[in-house]
Design a binder for this molecule. Sequence first.
Ligand SMILES: Cc1ncc(COP(=O)(O)O)c(C=O)c1O
Length: 457
Amino acid sequence: MSANITVNSLEARDIRYMLHPHTNHVKHREVGPFIIEKGEGVFVYDTAGNRYLEGMSGMWSAGLGFSERRLGVAAKKQYDNLPFYHTFVHRSTPPIIDLSEKLVEMSPVPMSKAFFNASGSEAIDTIIKLLWQRSNAMGEPDRKKILARKRAYHGATIASNNLTGLDANHWGHDLILPVARLTCPHFYREGLPGETEEEFATRLAKELEDTILAEGPETICCFIGEPIMGGGGVIVPPETYWEKIQTVLEKYDILFVADEVICGFGRTGKMFGTQSCDLRPDVMVYSKQLTSSYIPFAAFVMNEKVLGPIYEASVKYGGMWHGFTTCGHPVAAAIALETIRIIEEENLPDNAARMGERLRRGFNEFLNHPLVGEVRGVGLLAGVELVINKREKIGLETVGQLGSMVAQRMQANGVITRPTDDAVLFSPPMIITPDEVDIIVDALDRSLDEAAAQLGI
Ligand SMILES: Cc1ncc(COP(=O)(O)O)c(C=O)c1O
């Protein structure tokens, strides 16, 4: 334990009693927790009273910032009226009905029904279970394979972890789902010498088709993808990528699951990533900004093509025997409804588009900095790829060292960001103002120079 952590402090008790998710447990004993105790707009405060601009909205989450009182009021009203009821065997509650209607009605492509979960990972698990059930109901029990992409992040439960394409997330876990992995559509890293973005997109669509043919089209259950990859490094595919991919999926009649857990509810500058990328998914998955993460919640909507065989299975087998005690929780539904109301009233997707543009314009000024290889993003999602050798596109000795170094400098300069390998990522609350965007840009300016000085570059 670090020398400046005192006995019985919050830090000491955290180290003593809590096992943290996505954390190096041994290092945690050394460095201790970073404890946040208060939020205000786009800012959070640690226990020493230091203020940070939350450049990641927590975890791509608090789109409304950290002090939206209307969500607490909506929660209290529902707690006072009906704090809990379940949705198994025909039970329902008014807020979950209102929310189901709202999610289906606001879908940018035709959708029929909504299902609810407590986390994005659970939602993805449920979808796989449901789509496998659909294959069985259609009399096609071999149709179980899932097409997913390298560098995708889809969650941490057994199924969603299996679909995730980040090697670090697989260590120590068994990969047991039948997943065929496709190339990540990151032109900067995956494009071949001399290849144009259009040729890159064509190559990846061909890879998809070759994979489908090699696996057997009749064995493929679905393709899953984030419209813009988040955790993998804010990867924006080339212009024609999605159209080419969807043409192949439609040719072989393969279901498309759009993982909107990060992109959904305004993050990309439109209400859904599906609109920003012109997608035609059969299933759309939501979490995070759905409630600004003020309460654990997730949902997915699906179309009649997905549902048809599932209805038939219900006739044959007497029901869909899947669900969780608190799925469709009325308080979470009330918070989600209020969140969506605020996003629509304040036109936050539009603010995300305008503020995102300002953020990237600021970052683009650093393209000549010796440590900056690429600036990318859409809406209020941005990534800055760091390198020490621009031609070779390489960082320090260990992948991630440079990203961590700059992210640490950012935190010291009052902005919380997140490194993925050697990219620093940004996803600030959608309520952000121009002045607050400039705080992020200024902090990156300073942090890049400090890191370069430290490296003697
Ligand atoms: C795109 C995407 N899908 C799914 C998930 C899993 O969501 P959760 O962490 O709520 O289980 C995440 C989490 O970051 C995500 O980014």
